[in-house]
Design a protein around this ligand. Structure first.
Ligand SMILES: C[S@@+](CC[C@H](N)C(=O)[O-])C[C@H]1O[C@@H](n2cnc3c(N)ncnc32)[C@H](O)[C@@H]1O
Length: 256
């Protein structure tokens, strides 16, 4: 929620994003993202395109997108993430392109015809308990795109997840702490709960993330129902197919 009301929604917890930021938004990932934005065919738009990074987090995509010459807006619900995004933009020599940061909830945010491209990346979709609310995010994006504009949603596809789910994962962090991630399938594969445990010295911090899971066909059909045309599924930002070797599911649709 974008107001100062308190919320029980897991995603509206600043401390979760802050505490687990070293694992989610590591320096290594920032470097990978910067290279991706410089080179990826699916992120190649006409110069000056108005690009919205919906759920921008600390801005890993914002700075390289601005450096590529796009007019960039970042929307996020977390004040702490927006502060980090602002600091990242200030620190970077992103060139003449604008970066605008807005605190809004993706459930309600619309800016009619304001963007040529909307990105929603690194599994920032499917957070709402009610399936209709997640669909509303696609409708909002459709409204916010100018005619000809496109939406790209990047998630962990259900098919990809099925290939390795069940094996807990541990990630070592540079300060000696580590994060253990454990997934539990809910509601007959409709949703997923990921339990994170951050172990730092003698203390442990836990958090649970719950989100909808989508197969390529399911997300494709939601795009179509939301009004998008030319809907395609990819397995990577290089534009490769979504198949048995994919690690991500990227769905792209156009507002005609
Ligand atoms: C997994 S992070 C991804 C951040 C970024 N896209 C990246 O690639 O690093 C998800 C982000 O979504 C934001 N978020 C969660 N719920 C949101 C909502 N309802 N509206 C807007 N942003 C939200 C969080 O604050 C967090 O920054």
């Amino acid at each position: 929620m974008a107001s100062d009301e308190t919320s029980d929604d897991w995603y509206d917890d600043d401390s979760l994003w802050v505490d687990f930021a070293p694992a989610m938004f590591s320096g290594t990932r920032a470097e990978t993202v910067a290279e991706l934005v410089r080179t990826a065919p699916l992120l190649d738009f006409p110069p000056g395109s108005r690009v919205l990074d919906l759920c921008c987090g600390p801005g890993l995509f914002l700075v390289p997108l601005a450096a590529r010459g796009y007019r960039v807006t970042g929307v996020d619900l977390s004040p702490a993430m927006l502060e980090r995004a602002e600091a990242a933009c200030r620190a970077a020599d992103a060139g003449p392109a604008d970066v605008t940061l807005v605190r809004e909830d993706m459930l309600t945010y619309t800016a009619p015809d304001a963007y040529d491209v909307i990105l929603n990346v690194f599994t920032s979709f499917g957070y709402f308990e009610d399936a209709d609310d997640n669909f509303q995010v696609l409708r909002n994006a459709w409204q916010s795109l100018a005619p000809g504009g496109r939406l790209l949603v990047d998630v962990m596809g259900k098919e990809v997840l099925a290939g390795w789910i069940g094996r807990p994962q541990a990630v070592d962090l540079p300060d000696g702490s580590y994060v253990v991630q454990r997934d539990t399938v809910l509601d007959s594969w409709r949703r997923l709960r990921t339990d994170w445990t951050l172990v730092r010295g003698e203390s442990a911090r836990t958090a649970s993330i719950r989100s909808f899971l989508y197969s390529a066909a399911e997300l494709h059909d939601l795009f179509v129902a939301a009004g998008f045309a030319d809907v395609e599924c990819f397995g990577d930002f290089d534009g490769g197919p979504y198949d048995q070797s994919s690690r991500r599911l990227i769905v792209r649709g156009v507002k005609k």
